[in-house]
Design a protein around this ligand. Structure first.
Ligand code: PMP
Length: 423
């Protein structure tokens, strides 16, 4: 299997056969060395380097890489066949576990990606309300497809990609997040035309920003008053900020939610969950949701093993301990080098950037020097800390004292070199 040409050689070959040399555009701006293997909190590169991993595959490896329980469950399940085109025992167990462990959901539909789970959520909400318009928020990410991907181009919010059909976004109001007054005023104008409000209940994708106290309650209340379906996109926050995700953390229950990433130990699977009166619209076929690979044997084994582990041996206390120590250590090192670094968010997922600001939404986040941080992140990867350029650090249950020590030592060295450099 080994090509033995090193990262440079692999990259040259990758560029010939894959656009940009990658298979997800998110990776275009990410770390570049090629990886050969991973275990626990570590990645091992083809060039013989190791990396303490705080990207966790963009979040899924919440139990660390290749957790024994998940690898063994998936391998054992595979022996009995990969995909049946029929129902099986594991999918029943997995659905029951999702509801039991998360607490509030009543029914589940599995899919293979978060993008798909979001699409199913929007369709269910539109079918239930007979309405098409939705509210979504600046900086929140809900997948890459036409009807939900947005970006800011030349000061205007709209399509984020060439080739994206702007008409598909038309039933979509793109609002600043965390502003209860503004949302209330918007609802007064068109609340009765809305099918759904969709949000990351913690805006992790852009800055790891928590909801202001009372904000989620206001959204919940507005949705109740106008008959609008509230969708929490918990693809990142679900099972990461606690077993019950953000819904439990803030005590606000949505009507529908999407899960992915942390609930399957690195395996590609996602889910739409929610109240049974909404979800059961999918039971007749009048509201369609399908997928050849939905609830595959491997996916269901991964979900079952991961959720059993999260329930019976919860990593949350150790994630919190590591995350808090790491955040404090990073701040101390920055202060020592006289560098103004901002480290904010939650221990399980925090955000780092240069500068300082009162950050509550997408706009205020832009006051930080995000571009400069992206250059630091590249230098950190060179020095053995694996990170995305957009500021997020993810902590897993596999991060312990040794990783803390190595990460802080490597961070100190990088900032030392950085401080000497004239940019
Ligand atoms: N929703 C959120 C909140 C996400 O963070 C992501 C992926 N980062 C998605 C949806 C889409 O998930 P996927 O990449 O599995 O399609």
């Amino acid at each position: 299997l080994r090509l033995d040409v090193g990262s440079e050689g692999l990259r040259a070959r990758a560029l010939v056969r894959a656009p940009g040399g990658v298979h997800s555009n998110v990776r275009l701006r990410g770390p570049h060395p090629f990886i050969r293997s991973a275990k626990g909190a570590w990645l091992f590169g083809v060039d013989g380097r190791d990396y303490v991993d705080y990207l966790l595959g963009q979040g899924p490896n919440f139990l660390g890489h290749a957790p024994d329980a998940v690898v063994q469950a998936v391998s054992a399940a595979c022996e009995g066949g990969l995909l049946y085109g029929g129902q099986h025992e594991l999918e029943v167990q997995a659905a029951e576990l999702v509801c039991e462990v998360a607490g509030w959901p009543e029914m589940v539909r599995f899919s293979t990606s978060g993008t798909e789970a979001v699409q199913a959520a929007l369709r269910v909400a539109r079918a239930a309300t007979g309405r098409t318009e939705i509210v979504r928020f600046q900086g929140h990410y809900h997948g890459w497809v036409d009807n939900i991907l947005v970006g800011e181009r030349g000061g205007d919010w709209g399509v984020a990609s060439d080739g994206q059909v702007a008409d598909n976004l038309r039933p979509c109001h793109i609002l600043p997040w965390n502003d209860a007054e503004l949302l209330t005023a918007q609802f007064e104008q068109y609340g009765s035309r809305l099918a759904a409000v969709i949000m990351e209940p913690i805006m992790i994708n852009t800055g790891v920003i928590e909801p202001k106290p009372g904000y989620l309650e206001t959204v919940r209340e507005l949705c109740n008053r106008y008959g609008v379906v509230l969708i929490f996109d918990e693809v990142i926050s679900g099972f990461r900020v606690g077993l019950g995700g953000a819904a439990q953390r803030y005590g606000v229950t949505p009507d529908l939610a999407t899960y992915g990433k942390a609930f399957a130990g690195g395996y590609p699977v996602a889910a739409l969950v929610g109240r049974s009166d909404l979800m059961s619209q999918l039971s007749t076929g009048a509201v369609n949701h399908s997928g050849t690979f939905n609830a595959s044997v491997m996916a269901m084994a991964a979900v079952t093993a991961t959720l059993t582990t999260l329930r019976d041996r919860p990593p949350y206390a150790s994630v919190e301990e590591h995350g808090l120590a790491l955040m404090a250590g990073l701040r101390d090192i920055a202060a020592k080098h006289d560098v103004q670094l901002r480290v904010a968010g939650l221990p399980a997922a925090f955000h780092m950037s240069f500068g300082d600001a009162d950050v509550t939404d997408y706009r205020s986040l832009q006051k930080l020097d995000l571009a400069r941080y992206e250059r630091l992140a590249a230098a950190l990867v060179d020095n053995g800390i694996w990170l995305a350029g957009r500021g997020i650090w993810y902590v897993s249950g596999a991060h312990g004292p040794r990783e803390l020590d190595v990460a802080l030592t490597r961070f100190d060295k990088t900032l030392g070199e950085w401080a000497l450099k004239v940019e």
